[in-house]
Design a protein around this ligand. Structure first.
Ligand SMILES: [Fe+2]
Length: 257
């Protein structure tokens, strides 16, 4: 563990508060909201390594579209959107239905788009060689799924509610429970990557990734809404979360800049 890893949660929380205060004043002065995350956000230690230091290269969109794959219904299996299926047994945890719509800035549906998700299991463990923290893997849960949006822009997954997990940003750092989302457009250069959170998580205030979005309204847009009408009796609870791909109410994404 290097010196950067030993900040306490209190240190990180104080850094977050300082940036919230100065950042809020800055974006009010600029007359706008700051709805996208700060790419260089010191409380999120590795953000220094995670953002470009040079202006982006301009690529020819036609050239990209000639070479990049595109996805259609023929590429997806019937169980791809059911993360509880495809293994010998049932995964452990709270079954949830996660659904919502992919929308443009005018609220119009964005149809036929590939939506992919990946997530930790109910114990907060990813099935990935870099996740070795001592929580159990679930032999019946891989944590990845995908679907295409329907004509009304809707997507729907059946999965297990992920647990919070530790990470090494600072001492005793924990991420709020979340599901990673990727949305493809018509080419790889249009891919958007974001995270969906669950309402009422006690870790929101402590998490430098969530807090790297300074605008509180933009942070709220990452939190799904519990929807009792979505639940299936004696089977699953339900959450609803829309993704807006452009405009002032655009959902925060990781790959801007
Ligand atoms: Fe994650």
């Amino acid at each position: 563990m290097n010196a950067e890893c030993v900040a306490s949660q209190a240190d990180i929380t104080a850094e977050i508060a300082r940036l919230q205060n100065s950042g809020a004043a800055e974006y009010r002065r600029a007359g706008g909201e700051e709805a996208q995350p700060r790419l260089d956000y010191p409380p999120y230690r590795s953000s220094a390594l995670r953002h470009p230091k040079h202006p982006p290269l301009i690529v020819d969109p036609e050239e990209v579209e000639r070479r990049a794959p595109c996805f259609g219904s023929q590429d997806l299996g019937p169980l791809d959107a059911d993360l509880t299926a495809g293994r010998p047994g049932e995964p452990i945890g709270e079954r949830i239905i996660v659904t919502g719509r992919l929308l443009d800035q005018a609220g119009r549906p964005v149809a036929g788009q590939l939506v992919e998700i990946w997530q930790a299991n109910a114990a907060g463990r990813y099935r990935h060689q870099r996740d070795q923290h001592p929580a159990p893997l679930d032999p019946n849960f891989t944590g990845a799924g995908r679907c295409l949006t329907g004509p009304d822009g809707s997507y729907r997954f059946l999965t297990i509610k992920p647990g919070p997990y530790p990470w090494r940003n600072h001492d005793n750092a924990w991420r709020p429970a979340h599901i990673h989302f990727s949305v493809f457009g018509t080419a790889f250069t249009q891919r958007l990557v974001t995270q969906m959170y669950f309402p009422g998580d006690p870790l929101f205030d402590l998490d430098p990734i969530f807090q790297s979005i300074l605008d509180p309204a933009a942070r709220q847009r990452l939190i799904a809404r519990y929807d009792h009408d979505l639940t299936q009796p004696e089977y699953a609870t339900g959450y609803r979360w829309d993704i807006v791909v452009c405009g002032v109410r655009r959902t925060w994404t990781e790959d801007d800049g």
